[in-house]
Write a protein that binds this ligand. Structure first.
Ligand SMILES: [Zn+2]
Length: 377
């Protein structure tokens, strides 16, 4: 079994396609109109394992935030490399690199600077207003990255944080904003290519017609180093969160109740899927911690500053330094971190499959074959 962690997007795509082929998966590709920094093809690839008409389906989603795709892709490739025997009625669909442009260009956002995980709002309604972000916009995205300017900006942020507290501060920064296109956590003004591709995949694979859909969306960058937090953004008390807790245990957290490392946000991918799938959906984001929030802020502001200048020189030393920092924040280059990602991902996938298999068993009243559901060794 080869190392599932990729060197870059191009390598991740090749590994995914190879592993999917070897697992005899049914493959489909949705091509992005733009190319990667080395001219490479960009696509969201979908692999289906198991019966096409399965009523119980596990969906694995990677690279919603492009640069976070290193670990999500590895979890998917690792899953394809396992000798899984699926029970009757259960299938797995792996959606690789939902935001391939961000993955290839080492950005959290997409080709338009849009955060896909703030883009799932109803654009027919007035755009949400984030007054905290508006107040801090020039300190979040400085005009220059020189030490004096950054120091001044950091003081402004620190003052806000001391005045309003950490939760309000993190909400101002990261809850989503719709009025600063070059800024961080920008939700855009229309559905992005990646959102439309998700909606097309839901339609093409008739995912809304399944009896139960367990979705794991892989993320990195916030929380304790190496810990995988299952975050559930279904409404408190709903069936989705009840099932999530049954399957994944008491580790499940809810931003709406303030129990998560993640604050409540606008326009999450979760909300788009909940809208289209409804009650059959059990959606969690599996968020792997790396370094502190301020480290993320420094990495993101440098990347947004770089791209705000226009077309970038991929081979310039300045680009190398900024891209190395953002990559390191969202994908720590350490074997112990990678090992924790794989172990936790396998555990979560096993928990989801067990939840689906139990429902399928109750529904079909058959107890044969289920003893063979063993993920990994
Ligand atoms: Zn993320």
């Amino acid at each position: 079994m080869s190392n599932p962690f990729p060197r870059n997007y191009h390598h991740a795509r090749a590994s995914f396609l190879t592993a999917a082929h070897q697992a005899h998966a049914r493959l489909s590709s949705y091509f992005h109109p733009l190319a990667g920094p080395e001219g490479e093809t960009l696509a969201t690839d979908v692999a289906w394992i198991g019966e096409e008409d399965a009523h119980w389906v596990l969906v694995l989603l990677s690279a919603t935030h492009g640069v976070e795709g290193f670990s999500g892709s590895a979890a998917q490739v690792d899953c394809l490399q396992q000798p899984i025997q699926l029970p009757p009625g259960v299938a797995i669909v792996l959606i690789h690199a939902v935001n391939p442009h961000g993955f290839a260009w080492l950005r959290r956002v997409n080709e338009d600077g849009v955060d896909l995980n703030r883009n799932f709002i109803d654009f027919a309604q007035p755009l949400p207003i984030n007054t905290g972000y508006h107040q801090l916009a020039e300190s979040i995205l400085p005009r220059s990255l020189d030490a004096v300017c950054l120091h001044h900006c950091d003081l402004q942020l620190q003052t806000f944080r001391e005045k309003y507290g950490t939760t309000v501060y993190e909400q101002a920064l990261s809850a989503g904003q719709f009025h600063h296109p070059h800024g961080l956590f920008y939700g855009g003004t229309a559905p992005t290519w990646s959102r439309q591709t998700c909606e097309t995949i839901i339609h093409d694979f008739q995912l809304a017609k399944r009896k139960r859909l367990a979705l794991i969306d892989f993320h990195t960058g916030i929380g304790p180093y190496g810990y995988g937090e299952p975050i559930c953004d279904h409404p408190p008390g709903s069936l989705g969160v009840t099932l999530a807790r049954q399957w994944y245990g008491e580790a499940v957290t809810e931003p709406a109740l303030g129990t998560s490392i993640s604050v409540a946000k606008h326009g999450l991918s979760d909300f788009g899927w909940i809208n289209l799938i409804g009650d059959p959906l059990v959606f969690i984001a599996l968020e792997f911690g790396t370094y502190p929030f301020d480290s993320m802020l420094q990495a993101l502001r440098a990347d947004h500053w770089l791209h705000a200048k226009g077309v970038i020189d991929w081979n310039a030393p300045e680009t190398h330094a900024i891209k190395a920092a953002i990559r390191q924040h969202f994908y720590p280059d350490h074997d112990d971190w990678r090992a924790r990602v794989l172990t936790r991902s396998r555990q979560s996938i096993q928990q989801a499959l067990t939840g689906l298999a139990n429902e399928a068993r109750r529904s079909t009243r058959s107890i044969t074959h289920f003893a063979s559901l063993q993920y990994g060794e």
